[in-house]
Design a protein around this ligand. Sequence first.
Ligand code: ATP
Ligand code: MG
Length: 552
Amino acid sequence: MSEERSLNFIEEIIENDLNSGKYKTLITRFPPEPNGYLHIGHAKAICLNFGLTKKYGGYTNLRFDDTNPVTEKTEYVDSQQADIKWLGFEWKNELYTSDYFETLYQFAVKLIQDGLAYVDHSTAEEIAQAKGTPTEPGKDSIYRSRSIEENLDLFTRMKNGEFPDGACILRAKIDMAHTNMLMRDPIIYRIKHADHHRTGSTWCIYPMYDFAHGQSDSIESITHSLCTLEYVSHRELYDWFIEKLEIFPSHQYEFARLNLTYTVMSKRKLLQLVNEGHVSGWNDPRMPTISGLRRRGYTAASIREFCERIGIAKRENLIELSLLEFCVREDLNKTANRVMAVMDPIKMIITNYNQDSEILIGENNPEAEDKGGQREIPFSKELWIEREDFMEEPAKKWFRLAPGAMVRLKFAYIVKCEDFKKDENGNITEIYCTYFPDSKSGEDTSGINVKGTIHWVSAMHAKTAEIRNYDRLFTVESPDSEEGDFKDYLNPDSVEVIENAYIEPYLAEANAETGYQFIRKGYYTLDSDSTAEKLVFNRTVSLKDAWAKGKK
Ligand code: ATP
Ligand code: MG
């Protein structure tokens, strides 16, 4: 985190409020609805809410906003908690809006008693029609003038399950001509005969978002309730309920949501991708979910750094996916050991190598403080190299292998290509080289200068692995704003699977969530599909941004 950056507008508000003594303790909350896995947009809100109380003291609650029994599941609660912890944050209290159902019910009763809410039997269409437009006032419902007693009785009967779904609703009685459409007698309770993931069948009426959110903030004495810009017009209603109920004055502040290129970011849409089998699950490494990014090899530090870099603004914008990739590349560059894997193998035979094999020593990471320590790399007479590192008829400025050309084998010796063999189809099958015994890396006395260095794996020591190279999930920057369905823009080539790559034996001990740089190829991490018999690696990110240069 760069300490020098100027305060964002929310930090300015908070510093003023703390300095003026308006609040003694800063209390924020992160309020996910448990209807899906958290995504990178949520990471922004998590870093903001938890980051503020880390900086200014106070604490952050985790509140599951579970007012819709139909879409919410305990699986989602569990995954959301795991993701927040993994990102490196700790909440003070684990809370559920459903814990407040009784209190919220009593709040609604108070509004009725104060003549500020009524039960309405109009149909959804009638209500929509009577709502008016931004330029025309709405019309009062015929049920608006019911007596307090009648409303109390009807609301009790709604609660007792005497009415089917949709038969009636409870509405706040505000102003059907209000300039803010949300203030035109908004719905605050609806009937839903459905089992809730926590309260089971105790309730058959559920509060609407606007009636639950601000009051829950208030119950928890949240000082600064931070939400995204879509809620600007809800703030007036948020304040109205708090004022009429005479409860703790929480305040809502809005910031721009994160929009990222080449992806979609609503849980509802991500759920479609999962349910329709476009991805293997919520944690598919191509998903913008926190669990997907984690499986892909993203580090928590790189996601926090990304959120810090994009900052907090009051205007919507679209952030380049390449910035997220840049952040993980920077982090892994400092932490990932450099290892060798050959993805499109061709055999190289060193004709003058007269031992069986030897152990060479490689530095793990020249960018790390202690160079990341060292490891043993076996070398032998037969190696695998990348097919693309040999050219029968070399192009200009070709510094890799070609007949008669010399190249350094990383961590090992300089070799010279003497000959090669082709099969009946003209494909090169073997390359024959000689090596210079006095050119060993680190103790080279050969005096030979070569421009190219290539990676390799000893054939007799190599392990095989499946490699999954990922690309963007969508072919267009904003699948949400294109014509038609967002799924029409899925990238059919979002994953390339290499079934049998050769990797150095050191990687047999690889751990999931440890990043490795496959030299010249990219950053990789072990996938959770790996078994003892079959290792699988995910490409987290390429070494360079191929798209930025229009190479792709
Ligand atoms: P989704 O449509 O993905 O379900 P949501 O806003 O409905 O998003 P919630 O679970 O209700 O999801 O959100 C929890 C918190 O995360 C809210 O405070 C919300 O403002 C914030 N949040 C959600 N998406 C983003 C985003 N793209 N950028 C920043 N904050 C976000
Ligand atoms: Mg939501």
